[in-house]
Design a binder for this molecule. Structure first.
Ligand SMILES: Nc1ncnc2c1ncn2[C@@H]1O[C@H](COP(=O)(O)OP(=O)(O)O)[C@@H](O)[C@H]1O
Ligand SMILES: [Mg+2]
Length: 322
């Protein structure tokens, strides 16, 4: 199956201020990520807060440029595509629908705006209202503003706006994290139904592993800007290999609700991303660390049906015929 989305060495760094009279430092938010997503797949991206998920999402959406590396959509480098062509094919659903919806516009005009921007012929209003109904919002809400809706309803508006142009790819960045638990399941079910109905390909970012296990066909685990393990969802959840993935999965049952990030139970806080640990960046927190883990960074290598970057799993030795 050929790739719909292909990211090669995608990296993004930020120059940040570390204090008055101190030199600016470089923070590698995303550091050489390779991803392949086939049409119809749902790639879940998981990892603690600060590991680079949203920065990766913004690059996949073409909202920020990579510092290096590139992203290819069905063979075409996105840097050669106009913002408009990109928006027709790739649309976002963000965590906080309130800040991404104009509070002064009516729901109908928010959803029909993309049709206007892209010069879709009339009737725009009818298309917008049909999409609102499809995402489970009654047409009578069309003249309301976002402030008059509940969080779940606002997220439905954001989904309707994302889908009204018939995109192929939807990048969901923590789409249910700001919602009540009861509403989260409804939005998840809606996203899954829409995927089938519109033949969508999703990149689905979440710190909530249960949600990812439910929706994703494939999973990539990120740590400090890099993918450390990836594979088919069922296999990765059944048999996590990277010690970080194991810790992440073990943390599902003890989420630190206040922070919205898993309690890793590893006794050490998340390292300073401006000054990441040497060797394998996970080694200071790793229960299985070996001496060379602090000096040599393990490459991401193929392992069964997935990829892993860990010295416990060296690149598969080729068995030569004797
Ligand atoms: N515009 C920015 N300027 C400086 N640092 C940033 C910026 N955006 C993100 N970062 C930093 O990049 C790292 C990754 O952030 P982010 O992609 O938001 O992670 P996640 O979505 O996984 O929580 C964090 O250390 C964050 O502070
Ligand atoms: Mg984020």
């Amino acid at each position: 199956m050929s790739a719909l989305i292909e990211a090669r060495g995608l990296s993004r760094s930020f120059s940040i201020n570390t204090g008055m009279f101190k030199p600016r430092r470089t923070l590698h938010a995303v550091n050489g990520v390779d991803l392949t997503v086939a049409r119809g797949e749902v790639l879940g991206i998981v990892g603690e807060s600060g590991c680079g998920k949203s920065t990766l999402a913004r690059m996949l959406l073409g909202l920020i440029a990579p510092t290096s590396g590139n992203m290819v959509l069905e063979g075409q480098d996105i840097t050669t595509m106009s913002r408009r062509d990109m928006a027709r094919r790739v649309q976002p659903v963000f965590q906080d629908p309130y800040s991404s919806l104009n509070p002064r516009r009516s729901i109908a005009s928010i959803v029909s705006l993309p049709l206007e921007v892209h010069g879709v012929p009339n009737p725009k209003q009818e298309k917008a209202i049909a999409m609102l109904e499809r995402v489970g919002l009654p047409a009578r809400l069309a003249d309301n503003t976002p402030g008059q809706l509940s969080g779940g309803q606002r997220q439905r508006v954001a989904i309707a706006r994302a889908l009204v142009m018939n995109p192929e790819i939807v990048i969901c960045d923590e789409p249910t994290s700001a919602l009540d638990v009861s509403v989260q399941a409804q939005i998840m079910n809606l996203l899954m139904a829409l995927r089938r109905e519109f033949n969508l390909t999703y990149v689905f970012i979440s710190h909530n592993l249960a949600v990812v296990e439910h929706i994703a066909t494939h999973v990539a685990v990120m740590y400090l800007g890099r993918v450390v393990e990836s594979g088919v969802t069922a296999e990765l959840f059944r048999n996590p290999r990277h010690p970080y993935t194991q810790a992440l999965l073990a943390s599902v049952l003890t989420p630190e609700t206040g922070l919205g990030i898993p309690d890793m139970g590893l006794g050490l806080s998340f390292p300073d991303p401006v000054n990441p640990p040497s060797g394998c960046p996970f080694h200071p927190r790793c229960k299985d660390a070996m001496p060379h883990c602090s000096t040599v960074r393990p490459p991401l290598v193929k392992r069964d049906d997935g990829l892993i970057a860990c010295h416990l799993y060296p690149a598969e030795e080729r068995t030569l015929p004797s």
